[in-house]
Design a protein around this ligand. Structure first.
Ligand code: LRH
Length: 466
């Protein structure tokens, strides 16, 4: 994504888009990281062709996954996806002698079985002993492009190994997974210059001169930077493959209530914390769409859903059975059958079941946020691709009784660009950046139109007793 500030407006131009996914390799779901690298180079080549010869570049990706790098700078194996089943029992095993309370108190990070901590716990111990560098995915991509290695903090916090108080990796947690602090390159904040793109390393591509900036490399951190929340009473929902719902804090909240509700305090740009909850998100819809042989676009699926009645069944979309099922449609149907509810059959019914239950989950977490933080959230800013689904935006406004501000859909790319621009002195700070976003993009507003809170009460009784 190419971004420019023109007359005080942020302008985006999509230069290249590619599909990313994992495939089975030696019994594990692995990412094809070389493919990602090649596509980045193709994108950069297009940027140069479009006339941009000197640029800055920032890379963000999903969190928690990593690459093991050897002493000669070589990759030791393909990175395993966090959706791989290898960490299924890891939380239980690791916390049998290091309590959950300890880990949460130290890190403030939610317990997800795929956190880097549990992935490293399940990692090949010999390989780990021969590992010179453990690089999070965006840090690895930056390393290959520039030969410079760092550990960027917004993403590193999702390892569940950073100490909130010391701002460093926690020795006890490192020891637990046989890792040395020196295996992680030095921790850096978003906005740090990484180095120059080593164009000579990639002779097959005609590349621009690029200064690579370590942005908020966790995509969710970038998305929150790119969320135009105004005032004191807003929450965000970064709605993509995952739905990340929460608030931006200046002081982390890792007390008992936060712990009991498994809220996370991921580190954000500019000294903030992302106090949030992971919800299964559009992953459910993405799989449904694929399983329908891509016969319907996402917009068409939403239209079909719109013709159906919501709340025909109450589903816990965060049930781990939806994390990586062999077949999502069948999994949703089996859930409904087993809980003796109406089994959705048509594409519209299935999509509505997913959308309405995601909205219920969002509304539930907005209540939780107020309860834990003592806040009174009146506006939910929805960003990311999910902000395009008006059906869900309106349902969420109705169930939760809040205003929904939808957009921009490209908040992650925007947050990435903003950190680059702030670091280069083009924008003064994130508050000004957010007002630039409001002035640059077409945002949509939804107000509660009909009280649907009774469905939340019923969902809470039937599905989510916590
Ligand atoms: C969203 C995301 C999320 C993480 C998950 C692994 O893309 O980065 O914040 O929890 O992927």
């Amino acid at each position: 994504m190419l971004g420019q500030l023109i007359n005080g407006q942020l302008q985006l131009r999509e230069m290249h888009r590619f599909v990313n996914g994992f495939t089975q390799k030696e019994g594990h779901d692995c990412w094809n990281i070389d493919h990602i690298l090649e596509e980045i180079l193709v994108g950069l080549q297009k940027v140069k062709k479009a006339g941009f010869e000197h640029i800055t570049l920032g890379i963000d990706t999903w969190a928690v996954d990593y690459v093991l790098v050897g002493r000669q700078g070589q990759r030791l194996k393909d990175p395993v996806s966090y959706r791989d089943a290898r960490t299924k029992n890891a939380i239980q095993e690791l916390t049998s002698d290091l309590s959950k309370e300890y880990i949460y108190q130290k890190t403030g990070i939610q317990f997800l079985d795929f956190n880097t901590l549990y992935q490293l716990f399940e990692e090949d111990k010999d390989l780990l002993a021969n590992t010179d560098k453990i690089l999070m995915i965006p840090d690895y991509l930056g390393y290959v492009l520039t030969d410079q290695a760092v550990t960027e903090v917004t993403n590193a916090s999702t390892t569940q190994m950073l100490s909130l108080r010391e701002g460093l990796f926690d020795e006890n947690l490192l020891q637990k997974v046989n890792v040395n602090a020196t295996q992680f390159p030095k921790l850096v904040d978003p906005g740090t210059v990484l180095g120059e793109l080593q164009t000579a390393k990639f002779p097959d591509y005609d590349l621009p001169q690029a200064k690579v900036i370590t942005v908020a490399t966790h995509d969710t951190a970038s998305a929150v930077v790119g969320t135009p929340g105004l005032g004191q009473h807003w929450a965000y929902l970064s709605s993509g493959t995952w739905s990340l719902i929460g608030a931006e804090l200046n002081i982390p909240e890792n007390g008992t209530l936060a712990f009991q509700n498994n809220y996370t305090n991921e580190w954000g740009a500019y000294g903030t914390y992302r106090f949030l909850k992971n919800i299964m998100g559009l992953w459910i819809i993405q799989n449904i769409q694929k399983e329908l042989h891509e016969k319907y676009s996402f917009a068409q699926l939403a239209q079909l859903a719109q013709q159906e009645r919501p709340f025909q069944q109450y589903i816990d979309v965060n049930d781990s059975r939806f994390q990586n099922p062999a077949n999502m449609i069948q999994e949703v149907q089996a859930y409904c059958r087993q809980t003796k509810q109406v089994v959705p059959q048509t594409p519209g019914e299935i999509a509505m079941a997913a959308y309405s239950n995601l909205s219920l989950y969002y509304a539930n977490e907005l209540q939780k946020l107020d309860e834990i933080l003592g806040s009174s959230i009146d506006t939910l800013n929805i960003v990311g691709g999910g902000a395009n689904v008006s059906l869900m935006n309106q349902l969420t406004a109705n169930i939760a009784g809040v205003n929904v501000e939808a957009g921009p859909t490209e908040a992650t790319a925007i947050g990435n660009l903003i950190v680059q621009m702030i670091s280069q002195g083009e924008i003064l700070n994130v508050y000004l950046a957010r007002s630039i976003i409001v002035n640059s993009f077409d945002l949509k507003h939804y107000q509660p139109q009909q009280d649907m809170s009774q469905h939340l009460t019923q969902w809470q009784t039937k599905v989510h007793k916590g």
